[in-house]
Design a protein around this ligand. Structure first.
Ligand code: ADP
Ligand code: MG
Length: 682
């Protein structure tokens, strides 16, 4: 990073305080961050002869309106608008869903440009964009950015242009020329130019290839540098504890452990006893019982005279875990504390003091745990739950609060082993591949949108039994305004439907963190009976009283994500249900729904998901449990990830990397991420 890239966005001509605030809202503060902000898709205005366009392919068609638009409503809020259009020598039909207001705007004989999916059999375009006037003259590929109002995609394009004109020349290239040559990668300046202003698809492809490699290489360098750090510390913590007390704890548990739990506990305890630092990933489907495994490990640490920390992504989850652990440890003399940003004042002081004195054995918390001022007397075990929610750096900071403590990372998302190793570095992997006995399978149904009122009746039946329900609406990155609207609409429908009888809550990404916590809490305390939410509803949240999971527009989700959502119910004794509302058009879409109704096994679903995923289909990376990247997709771009991993390993173990000017750019990036601590690595 150089100085130009670190200037605030207001350094760009034409960006004032207001625009800067809007940019900050989507995580862009500096010129460098602005230029790095990648479009999530591109619109291609190159027109093709319709005869050459394949079924379901995306097209841009310019033509004249040939018939007055026809508007029909169906369901409660759904509408379909259609008109005939004369495009070149073809008379075709254009259909727009849920945009009734277009009717007034479409005039006979007017020239319009439609972008959408071509249905070859019906000679119809299912339009997702309709523009008045002819298609742009350029055969240009236009970037589409994910924005939040008041920003628009148009503004974003303008800002990029201004930023690039002013700062393009100052974009530093961290990749040494030798590496660039070896893989024929374009330089950074050219890559960002092509990312924002591509002239051809090929340019774009080359730009992405280069950016993905750089991103993966830096990630892998961080991982490898960390490994060096961990190796350099001569030895990890040796936990030595009384086997007797541990087995009496195990036999006092309120249930019999599954064989998988026994096996995994054995693997973890062996690591803990050994002087080698544990670095283990624990995968287990939702409900497979990871918490008790964590508890046993924490207990072993406490018996050995060490402290243990369990870090989770949200406050509610932290409180839940603290509660379950307190129950499990009720008959022991283990002391547990909770540390989140809500623990304030005197109470906080007391917790911090006791952690430092060592009178607290186990602390459960959020990222509050990794703040400065949190000090342990003898931290011996660090566990993270839903580990993909934490960055490499956050995990490192927590780890460094102890002296080479053992590390266990838990995730509910099944990740194929080879992929896990590549994506997370060399770690050991344990798998909980067995569900506790007697667990009722969540019954899963697939229904169509027109059956929504029956779904509402079904929910009501469960509510009358005192149970609760989730209704999830998809979050589409493309327009988060529309999304939220989706959730808001469904929410108001339900409020209307259940008026005076049940409390309906609403949760979406536009709420502040505080508001989200408040809604979640009300739901977990059964003051809200039905929670309508976008997918921000937290992974790992445990409300055992909820027995219905309704997923609206389910075809929009990947299988892995549907499975995660389904895992929010079926956590208590009562039979639970998952209802997928979807009208998928494609065969793959239908197949997805069928698989969901038939399969309860997360690993099977994860594999099917990969199978059904086309190249470039970014479905599901978000919740896949893999780290999130700006440009690359660890599954789709797996081969680049592998190459980057090999290169990174070579680099960190070469003296030249730590010394030569050619690598200064890469070193600077590592330093900026706080990973590089010169002293320790020398
Ligand atoms: P997850 O792996 O999703 O974190 P939890 O640890 O929250 O799962 O466990 C889900 C539920 O199953 C909890 O209520 C827990 O008490 C229970 N449980 C865990 N292990 C067993 C077991 N061996 N037998 C019966 N119930 C169990
Ligand atoms: Mg859990």
């Amino acid at each position: 990073m150089n100085e130009a890239m670190q200037q605030p966005v207001t350094a760009v001509k034409g960006i004032g305080e207001e625009t800067a605030a809007a940019l900050a809202d989507i995580g862009i503060a500096t010129v460098g961050e602005l230029l790095a902000y990648a479009p999530y898709r591109y619109d291609d205005y190159e027109q093709k002869d319709l005869a050459a366009v394949r079924h379901e392919e995306k097209v841009t068609v310019e033509g004249k309106v040939y018939s007055a638009p026809l508007l029909t409503y169906y369901g409660k809020k759904k509408s379909r608008l259609s008109f005939r259009m004369l495009a070149d020598r073809y008379l075709i039909t254009v259909v727009c869903f849920n945009r009734p207001y277009l009717k007034e705007k479409i005039a006979l004989n007017e020239t319009v440009t439609v972008i959408g999916k071509w249905d070859r059999h019906r000679q119809t375009i299912n339009a997702y964009e309709l523009r008045f006037g002819p298609a742009p003259e350029t055969t240009g590929i236009e970037p589409v950015y994910s924005v939040r109002s008041p920003l628009t995609v148009k503004t974003m394009r303008r800002l990029m242009k201004a930023a690039f004109e002013q700062f393009g020349e100052h974009i530093p290239d961290p990749l040494p020329p030798a590496l660039r040559r070896a893989y024929r990668l374009v330089d950074k300046q050219e890559a960002l130019r092509a990312l924002h202003f591509p002239r051809t698809r090929e340019e774009l492809h080359q730009a992405r290839r280069r950016l993905i490699y750089e991103e993966f290489l830096l990630y892998q360098l961080k991982m490898q540098a960390l490994r060096r750090l961990m190796r350099d510390e001569r030895r990890g913590v040796v936990h030595s504890f009384s086997e007797e007390r541990l087995s009496s704890f195990l036999s006092g548990l309120p249930f019999v452990l599954t064989n998988a739990q026994r096996r995994v506990i054995g693997e973890i305890l062996a690591d803990m006893r050994s002087p080698r630092q544990m670095n283990r990933l624990l995968q287990g489907d939702v409900g497979s019982g990871k918490t008790v495994v964590a508890a046993v490990a924490l207990y072993a640490a406490a018996l050995s005279g060490f402290q243990g920390a369990l870090m989770v992504p949200t406050e509610i989850l932290a409180e839940q875990h603290a509660r379950s652990l307190a129950e499990l440890f009720a008959d022991t003399d283990v002391t547990i504390a909770l540390l989140t940003s809500s623990v304030k004042g005197k109470q906080r002081k007391a917790v911090l003091a006791e952690l430092e004195e060592g009178t607290i054995d186990i602390v459960v918390g959020t990222h509050a745990l990794i703040q400065e001022g949190v000090q342990f007397r003898r931290l011996g075990l660090v566990i993270t739950d839903e580990q993909h929610r934490f960055g490499v750096e956050q995990r490192r900071v927590l780890r460094e609060k102890g002296h080479a403590p053992d590390v266990l990372m838990m995730t509910a998302t099944p990740i194929p082993r080879t992929l896990a190793i590549t994506a997370f570095g060399d770690m050991d992997v344990s798998v909980l591949d067995e569900m506790p006995a007697g667990r009722k399978k969540v019954e899963t149904y697939w229904v169509k949108h027109h059956q929504f009122s029956r779904v509402l009746d079904f929910i009501e039946k469960e509510l009358r039994r005192g149970h609760q329900a989730y209704v999830i609406c998809p979050l589409i990155e493309e327009s988060d305004k529309l999304d939220v609207q989706n959730a808001i609409d469904v929410h108001s429908q339900l409020v209307h439907y259940y008026r005076g009888k049940y409390e309906i809550g609403l949760m979406h990404g536009r709420l502040s963190a505080d508001e989200k916590e408040r809604v979640m809490r009300a739901f977990s305390e059964n003051r809200i009976h039905v929670l309508v939410s976008t997918t921000v509803v937290e992974v790992g949240v445990n409300v055992p009283n909820a027995t219905v999971m309704v997923i609206y527009d389910a075809e929009r989700f990947g299988l892995a994500q549907l499975h995660q959502l389904r895992g929010r119910v079926g956590r208590g004794d009562a039979q639970s249900y998952c209802i997928l509302i979807a009208d998928p058009k494609s065969e793959v879409g239908k197949e997805r729904m069928r698989i969901m109704t038939e399969t309860a096994d997360g690993f099977v679903l994860a594999e099917k998901d990969l199978e059904l995923r086309g190249p470039g289909d970014f479905f599901g990376t978000k919740q896949s449990g893999l780290p999130e990247f700006r440009y690359g997709d660890p599954v789709h771009d797996y081969r680049i990830l592998e190459v980057a991993r090999r290169d990174a390993a070579k680099l960190v173990s070469s003296a030249a990397f730590w010394r030569d000017e050619a690598y200064a750019g890469l070193r600077a990036e590592l330093e900026a991420s706080g990973i590089l601590d010169g002293e320790k690595l020398d």
